[in-house]
Design a binder for this molecule. Structure first.
Ligand code: BTN
Length: 240
């Protein structure tokens, strides 16, 4: 596993995508600062300063594992929960892959796949984790309750240690995850969920869906019951 480290970059995901041809499978792109971090649904990921984690996993699995590509970001969210629990925290997962502490977002995950015709060139799994942010900076993020690991445990966090724990945790189970897919992590994912049974509004591409979150199926999709008692399966989207 090769680590490419930058003091400063626009976006680790953009770097990984632009250099995908020459990057090996399981390369890691790590940056100390990021000026144009990308978030889901065309949002930006705000850099809360030195000491926070900006990381992209470059993955080039063989085509036979395509059934579980959409679940890699959920797998990473479970790995992150395992690591955060070693700091004594009780993280929760908001579908599909946001990790929260007491309702406040501590990390964001953005998975991007790069295709060449119909075949996959690679998957870039980007993750930003707030490790060392000030209370004022977390409060400055618009429309979201945000926290940082140092604020939860009341002391600074060693970024190198955290990086190693997270990447070790990820690669420890990665090959097995590719073979088994979402069912392998379903139980670990569900026991951290904070959304089942709640009435939700979901942003799905150009439309919104509303309903009670009933269950997560074996593909990691969210199943809602809408106001006419019909099941609606959501493959990709964001809880509003
Ligand atoms: C989200 O919650 O909207 C996802 C945020 C993902 C942010 C990370 S930071 C490292 C990597 N590089 C990027 O440009 N984005 C991801």
């Amino acid at each position: 596993m090769r680590v490419i480290e930058f003091d400063y970059i626009d976006s680790t995901n953009v770097y990984a995508k632009s250099n995908l041809d020459t990057l090996e499978d399981k390369s890691l792109i790590l940056a100390h600062r990021q000026s144009a971090g990308k978030g889901r649904l065309n949002r930006t990921w705000v850099d809360l300063g030195e000491g926070n984690l900006f990381l992209s996993f470059v993955l080039k699995p063989s085509g036979s594992y395509s059934f579980c590509y959409p679940n890699l970001s959920q797998y990473l969210s479970v790995c992150l929960c395992n690591v955060l629990e070693t700091y004594g925290l009780k993280p929760q997962i908001k579908w599909p892959n946001d990790v929260l502490i007491d309702g406040k977002k501590i990390a964001g995950i953005l998975a991007e796949s790069v295709m060449q015709g119909t075949s996959l060139k690679g998957i870039i799994l980007g993750i930003g984790v707030n490790l060392n942010a000030t209370k004022e900076d977390t409060a400055s993020i618009p429309d979201k309750l945000v926290t940082s690991l140092n604020l939860e445990i009341n002391h600074p966090v060693n970024m190198d240690t955290f990086f190693e724990s997270l990447t070790d945790e990820f690669f420890k189970g990665y090959d097995e995850f590719l073979n088994s897919g979402f069912p392998k992590i379903k139980e670990d994912y569900l026991r951290r969920n904070c959304f089942l049974g709640k009435e939700l509004e979901i942003q799905v591409l150009g439309r919104k869906e509303r309903g009670i979150a009933k269950y997560i199926n074996d593909n990691g999709e969210l199943v809602l019951i809408n106001d006419v008692n019909k099941e609606v399966v959501i493959t990709a989207g964001d809880i509003l």
